[in-house]
Design a protein around this ligand. Structure first.
Ligand code: FAD
Length: 441
């Protein structure tokens, strides 16, 4: 029995090492250097295509908590990253070359891992497989995935709107209402006067933007146009577009506002709100500065900033189990940015889960659903059970975690959520892991 892993990026390398540690032969397919992606520069496994930082190490930060859980679960790549780290304050940054060389050499030394430098163009459904070909999946494989999953379930760009922490908003300046309906709690609307809009508009059009990568042409689909690009077409474009007030009456004035910013609930608890139609390429500091000009947003904190990237990803909620197994296709698992997790550490975490679960599947055990109270479980829950219709990739953040029970002071909340997540992760590992995924020594 052998397991295939397609793509030796962050998710695929982690998955391959987990499977190898379980004593099962792995055939690891990587198309580089025969076929390069537009962003990778080497033939190394686990290449970091941009920043050399894996984000915060604080457990009260989404990525930091995810790292602590990965330590508990025995992540190989996290262990290598720690050994190859460079000083970066409260973040884990690595010497990029040393990190990817170490991962590559480590995998190549594993006796039960066979490396195949080849572009995979289709999935053999009778062979247990982890597909982890990332945001720059080759065209041939993407075409195949579009054919088997349906074109409408494959996206090539992510156009992400910011997600705001509900607690940081001034609700007294907004009102709940769905367009053309009386009341309704789905949308939270923040109205603006003409003067407030003009000030916001002026700052929006002149704010700093992130430069696109050379392989990202700036031709956007109309439906995922960055808010600042729409704005630069003229003031009216916003007023007739995402900020249009039609169908809304402000209950405090009994009138239709000049314009509104609409927010939509992102989770059941109502702790996260997505800014509808506000996908953006502004730099993070500029998003904070400009969006805080919206009345009610003066102290807004962001769980996730907006972004727009070239990114191949799947509409995971419509076909993926929280175990990362393809629904109805036993033994085929997906991991990494392709499933709609966003970020280096998130990709590693999903690779670890897919690796553990494909091992369980071939050894006759049921794949595991990681607990919702942990960052790993919450993130994979989001990508497998999230909003199917307009699914957008997601990073690790505290808005995904259930709130602690009882009345808890806001300042205490994260600490309690983090403590509970780590306790659950340890319990879960002790109960279910009958092999040690960590093989780095
Ligand atoms: C330009 C860019 C910049 C990014 N910057 C950051 C950042 O700074 N910080 C951050 O946290 N995240 C960043 N990300 C997001 C993401 O975290 C990384 O892309 C991450 O590497 C994803 O891990 P992965 O394992 O899913 O994919 P990858 O690490 O990309 O691995 C996928 C692998 O599959 C291979 N492959 C593709 N198709 C095939 C095929 N058909 N057959 C065989 N092999 C194939 C590729 O060559 C690659 O090695 C960035 C993404 C992009 C595109």
């Amino acid at each position: 029995m052998e397991i295939r892993v397609i793509g030796a990026g962050l998710a695929g390398s982690e998955a391959a090492l987990v499977i190898s540690a379980a004593g099962i032969p792995v055939r690891l397919y990587e198309m580089r250097p025969l076929k390069m992606t537009p962003a990778h520069k080497s033939d190394h496994f686990a290449e970091l295509v941009c920043s050399n930082s894996l984000g915060s190490v604080k457990e009260t930060d989404g990525k930091g908590l995810l790292k602590k859980e990965l330590e508990i679960y025995g992540s190989n790549l996290l262990e290598i990253a720690k050994r190859m780290s460079v000083p970066a304050g409260k973040a884990l940054a690595v010497d990029r070359w040393a990190f990817q060389t170490a991962v590559t050499e480590f995998i190549m030394r594993r006796r039960n891992v066979e490396i195949v430098r080849e572009e995979v163009k289709r999935i053999e459904e009778d062979v247990p497989t982890v597909v982890a070909t990332g945001p720059l999946t080759s065209d041939a494989l993407a075409t195949y995935l579009g054919e088997v999953l349906g074109e409408e379930h494959l996206f090539f760009y992510d156009a992400i709107s910011p997600i705001v922490e509900a607690d940081s908003l001034d609700f007294s300046k907004g009102f709940f209402a769905n367009r053309y309906e009386e009341g309704g709690e789905d949308y939270l609307n923040f109205p603006m006067t003409e003067e407030e809009f003009d000030r916001f508009y002026e700052e929006l059009v002149k704010a700093d933007r992130v430069a696109p990568h050379p392989f990202e042409d700036e031709r956007y689909f109309e439906s995922c146009m960055p808010i600042e690009v729409l704005a630069s077409r003229g003031r009216e474009t916003l007023l007739f577009g995402p900020m249009r007030p039609v169908g809304l009456i402000d209950p405090r004035t009994g009138k239709r506002p000049f314009c509104v910013v609409q927010l939509r609930r992102e989770n059941r608890e109502g702790t996260m709100y997505n800014m509808v139609g506000f996908q953006t390429r502004l730099t993070y500091p500029e998003q904070k500065r400009v969006f805080r000009l919206i009345p009610g947003f003066e102290n807004a904190r962001f769980f996730r900033y907006g972004s727009i990237h070239r990114n191949t990803y799947l509409n995971s909620p419509s076909f993926l189990e929280p175990t990362l197994e393809w629904r109805g296709h036993e033994g085929i698992f997906f991991a990494g940015q392709l499933i709609g997790v966003e970020g280096y550490v998130e990709s590693i975490a999903s690779g670890l889960v897919a690796g553990i679960n494909v091992v369980r599947r071939v050894t006759g055990e049921n794949p595991l659903v990681f607990p919702d109270e942990t960052m790993t479980g919450a993130l994979l829950g989001y990508v497998s059970r999230g909003r199917g219709k307009d699914f957008q990739p997601m990073n690790a953040n505290f808005g995904l975690l259930p709130l602690p029970s009882g009345r808890v002071r806001k300042s205490e909340r994260r600490r309690l959520q983090a403590r509970r997540a780590l306790e659950k992760a340890r319990e879960f590992r002790d109960l279910h892991f009958n092999f040690q995924p960590l093989c780095v020594i």
